[in-house]
Design a protein around this ligand. Structure first.
Ligand code: SF4
Length: 358
């Protein structure tokens, strides 16, 4: 069943449209020191190759803000500056040419300071994301709404939204992140009822690896399946490239977007005749740069293997000491077990290149 998406306004983060029916974008955040231009650019380029469409950078001080212009010149994807407390950092980031700001206007000083930032952002058509985090809610919101609750998170977001609206600024996105999935679900559902700004979804501090990806997939996936959400960030402890991989996996599993390799590999069992885990891991790792949606199957034996491998664009089904390679449903040849990963990867690259040319 196709997901009916919630209608929203549309904002542009650089060339990437968010909301208003635009494809749901996948974003991430660098974990390098922003002042280290070379390391940050290298990480953004890795993220970009993995499909990341918007990247956020922490801007904790003036040295980090000063690095933004040099970073911006060397990367293609839009950059969002993450600012807390100091409006001068927001002005410096805008001056450096960033494509988006993440800041809460109630936290950067009095109205005159906010006005200075809003005026500059409006002049440059740079949107602002209001990012409410359950872990750092204002005392007043908690006191008025019974602690860290969805109502308190929504009230906090609306307070910041009103500050911008009162200044005639509507290029707004909103996030309401929490580490607990039920809390973030309720907060996003509530805000979706009362504003039409695009929503940036995420489960914050989701944790490392598999546990974090599962938590994020449940929280983000449930909302997306309800039509809520316009851009997503999976927060994982570790290499941010994995956030992008997980983000596209969530979108792909809901049929919302397809990018890159959709890997189908069997869980293996006592019948398994090849190293499914090793081959699947190499395929996943080495083919991250392919944007073309292709289905690749790695199956352990002849029980379900040939069926799945046939349905994939490229597949391999295990036999005793060899794998049978399929391409578009047709068996191509037998491959020695030691060569399977390499041959499969080459075959997928060849197919991706051919289909690009068509
Ligand atoms: Fe087991 Fe074969 Fe199924 Fe893999 S494809 S889980 S090895 S029966």
């Amino acid at each position: 069943m196709a997901v009916r998406r919630r209608p929203t306004r549309q904002v542009y983060v650089g060339h990437v449209a968010v909301g208003g029916g635009a494809p749901i974008s996948v974003q991430s955040m660098t974990n390098t020191d922003t002042r280290d231009v070379a390391a940050t650019v290298a990480q953004i380029q890795r993220l970009s190759r993995a499909g990341c469409e918007i990247v956020r950078l922490a801007v904790p001080d003036t040295a980090a803000a000063a690095a933004l212009a040099a970073i911006k010149k060397q990367v293609e994807i839009p950059i969002v500056a993450d600012i807390h407390f100091d409006y001068r950092l927001a002005l410096a980031a805008l001056e450096a040419g960033v494509d988006g700001l993440r800041l809460n206007p109630g936290n950067i000083g009095g109205p005159e300071k906010v006005r200075a930032v809003v005026k500059e952002a409006a002049a440059r058509q740079v949107p602002i994301r209001i990012g409410v985090n359950a872990g750092s809610l204002e005392k007043e919101a908690m006191a008025a709404h019974g602690g860290v609750t969805a109502a308190a998170m929504v009230a906090s977001a609306l307070k910041h939204v009103r500050i911008l609206e009162d200044m005639g600024f509507y290029d707004i996105k909103i996030s309401l992140k929490a580490a607990e999935v039920p809390l973030m679900l309720e907060a996003y559902r509530r805000i979706a009822e009362v504003v039409d700004y695009p929503l940036h979804l995420g489960v914050t501090e989701a944790g490392p690896g598999l546990a974090g990806a599962v938590k994020s997939a449940v929280g983000i996936g449930i909302l997306l399946s309800e039509g809520i959400g316009d851009t997503i960030r999976v927060s994982l402890t570790g290499d941010p490239v994995q956030e992008v991989v997980a983000g596209f996996a969530i979108l792909s599993s809901l049929g919302l977007r397809h990018r890159g390799i959709d890997l189908i590999s069997c869980p293996t069992c006592g019948r398994c005749q090849i190293d499914v885990e090793g081959v699947a891991a190499r395929v996943q790792q080495e083919l991250q740069d392919i944007p073309k949606p292709l289905k690749v199957a790695v199956m352990g034996c002849a029980v379900n293997g040939p069926g799945e491998a046939r349905q994939a664009d490229v597949g391999i089904a295990g036999g005793p000491g060899f794998g049978l390679l399929f391409r578009h449903g047709r068996p191509v040849r037998k491959i020695e077990e030691g060569d399977m990963a390499r041959v499969l990867i080459e075959e997928v690259r060849r197919l991706a290149a051919e289909e690009e040319e068509d």
